[in-house]
Design a protein around this ligand. Structure first.
Ligand code: UDP
Length: 339
């Protein structure tokens, strides 16, 4: 099969493209390299991969590429809380207009489309675990985080609408915190940032009181979920949470990173106000209910948090040979100091 992966030079897109090529499919990647990086595609065999540098905001290019493939995986979107906060209007437009262009072209040529959505959809819901049909709890649209959540909800609505009213085979995945090798910390993602800080002897920046929790899922598991859902026609017209259900506080994550890297770095609690604009709201907890995907295709994450941290540490170490601030070979208790 021939796949178009928008955002295919990004973190998840490049892992997905590599997996598709490995199993014998052909991939066309569309990426404007605003946050993606062609180096992410280095692990993909050249002959089965075509790279098109361009934007999902270019309807003619999207039309041409969609026409040439069998299936579309639409991952191109504004990524990372910090980027969304810094460029809210651009993020909003990219998400909505990009998805419209992709879905319109897919409808024109009757191509199956998977739309990547996000756990941000649920906003500040206080449910212990988010179910796909659960309520969304959002603040004012003037707050960038809720505007971003709304933009992804519009993407979902478009996907559902094209399925229900136009008969297009679409499906939506809501990705929770996805991590693994190749993810950049440049746009706010916590794990690569903490690892980078630990490996360079800098304080690990834990925002707020560090007691907020997240569930981290290895990108390999996420790719397996995407491929499994794409292969099952029963997933069409529907939406699925994809993520880990193992919860950890960010403070504990930082301690685990210090332990795994044997870093001499301190863990530093950083007030939200010094990083984000006033009024920024962080989610205290965020855990998916993954019963739906498990019941449909039997998916469950396989990789543990230790596997994840170890993969991310090896990846960042490999890219950064100088490991100042670490004490390799010396076994010690992780630092529990907070400054
Ligand atoms: N976070 C942190 N230090 C950082 C970056 C993020 O403590 O350097 C926190 C952030 O406030 C949030 C959690 O880590 O509570 C996960 O952040 P990320 O941006 O990775 O994902 P999201 O907020 O979308 O869950």
């Amino acid at each position: 099969m021939r796949y178009l992966v928008t955002g295919g030079a990004g973190f998840i897109g490049s892992h997905l493209s590599a997996a598709l090529v490995r199993r014998g499919d052909e991939v066309v990647v569309l990426d404007n390299l605003s946050t993606g990086d062609v180096r992410n595609l280095a692990r993909v065999e050249d002959s089965s991969l075509e790279f098109a540098q361009g934007s999902v905001l270019d309807p003619l290019l999207v039309d041409e590429l969609v026409n040439r493939v069998d299936i579309v995986v639409h991952l191109a979107a504004a990524v990372g809380v910090e980027l969304v906060m810094n460029r809210p209007l651009r993020s909003f437009i990219t998400n909505i207009r990009g998805s419209e262009n992709v879905l319109e072209a897919a409808h024109r040529y009757r191509r199956k489309v998977l739309i990547a959505s996000t756990s941000e959809i649920y906003g500040k819901s206080d449910q212990p675990a988010f179910k796909e049909d659960g309520d969304r709890v959002l603040g004012s649209p003037k707050v960038d985080r809720w505007a971003y959540s709304t933009s992804k909800a519009v993407d979902e609505i478009l996907a559902f609408g094209y399925h229900r009213e136009r008969g297009l085979p679409t499906l939506v995945v809501r990705l929770f915190n996805t991590v693994g090798p190749g993810q950049t910390g440049a746009y706010g993602m916590v794990l690569p940032r903490l690892v980078e800080q630990a490996l360079t002897g800098k304080p690990l920046t834990v925002y707020g009181d560090g007691r907020q929790t997240r569930c981290f899922c290895h990108v390999d598991d996420v790719v397996r979920a995407i491929l499994g859902l794409l292969a099952d026609e029963r997933a069409e017209g529907d939406v699925f949470n994809v993520g880990s259900t193992k919860e950890i506080t960010i403070a504990e994550l930082a301690q685990r990173v210090v332990g795994a890297t044997q870093s001499s770095s301190e863990i530093s609690l950083v007030p939200y106000e010094s990083v984000f604009e006033e009024g920024f709201e962080d989610m205290r907890r965020r855990m998916p209910d993954t019963t739906k995907i498990h019941e449909l295709i039997g998916w469950r994450p396989e990789k543990s948090l230790d596997d994840i941290i170890s993969d991310v540490v090896s990846d960042i170490r490999a890219k950064r040979p100088a490991t100042t601030g670490t004490t390799p070979g010396r076994q010690r208790e992780p630092a529990h100091r907070y400054s």
